[in-house]
Design a protein around this ligand. Structure first.
Ligand SMILES: C[S@@+](CC[C@H](N)C(=O)[O-])C[C@H]1O[C@@H](n2cnc3c(N)ncnc32)[C@H](O)[C@@H]1O
Length: 187
């Protein structure tokens, strides 16, 4: 089975979790992984699916033992374990990312359908992620939507700022990549 047919099969079985028309394109993967640095330690990937962004993270020089993938779908999780040896693969909900117990993580790279998730789930994912991230590190999230993919109430509550990429048009529904960071108090 190709990665694409496995992805399509899981869309039909679990449409509420996969929420995409196809795996991420090369242009999107490049933007999602921009700035990753092999000397800066661990990276967490949420919603790794068939592993297209996983591969892009490794292609940036991140050592397999520094990468943690979280994927709740058992078919995708088995596929990831088979194809990416040496990477730390966790079959669990991203809501439990805070349980990984990591520190000074350089980036959380999320392929999750965050916009379609309820606020309580977004809150668990964002709070758990920032608990592991280094102080000035980014939570990276793509979206097909026109607004920031983290609910405004949650951004305000957590004091999150964001930067965003240009819209990525090539070969897919147009997407944008947002990088969320903690605003550092000036007083
Ligand atoms: C839009 S697909 C993205 C797949 C891949 N990262 C890509 O960019 O092609 C979303 C992925 O998130 C996973 N997912 C959805 N909700 C999740 C959750 N709460 N915890 C962990 N994984 C989740 C789905 O199983 C699916 O693999």
């Amino acid at each position: 089975m190709t990665d694409f047919s496995m992805f399509m099969g899981q869309i039909l079985r679990r449409p509420g979790q996969v929420v995409a028309l196809a795996p991420s394109s090369a242009a999107l993967c490049a933007e999602m992984t921009a700035g990753l640095d092999p000397t800066k330690g661990a990276v967490i990937e949420l919603g790794a699916g068939t592993g297209v962004i996983t591969q892009a993270i490794l292609d940036r020089g991140i050592a397999p033992h520094d990468l943690h993938t979280i994927e709740m779908n058992p078919v995708f999780h088995s596929h990831l374990k088979h194809h990416f040896a040496g990477v730390n693969h966790h079959q669990m909900s991203a809501a439990d990312v805070g349980d990984l117990g990591l520190h000074n993580v350089q980036a959380v790279i999320s392929g999750l359908p965050l916009l379609s998730m309820p606020l309580s789930l977004q809150t668990a994912i964002l709070r758990g992620s920032f608990a592991q991230l280094a102080r000035d590190a980014r939570y990276v999230q793509f979206t097909y939507g026109w607004t920031p993919p983290v609910a405004r109430a949650l951004r305000d509550d957590m004091g999150l700022g964001w930067e965003r990429s240009a819209r990525i048009w090539f070969k897919m529904p147009p997407a944008r990549v947002y990088r969320f960071f903690r605003n550092i108090p000036t007083h």
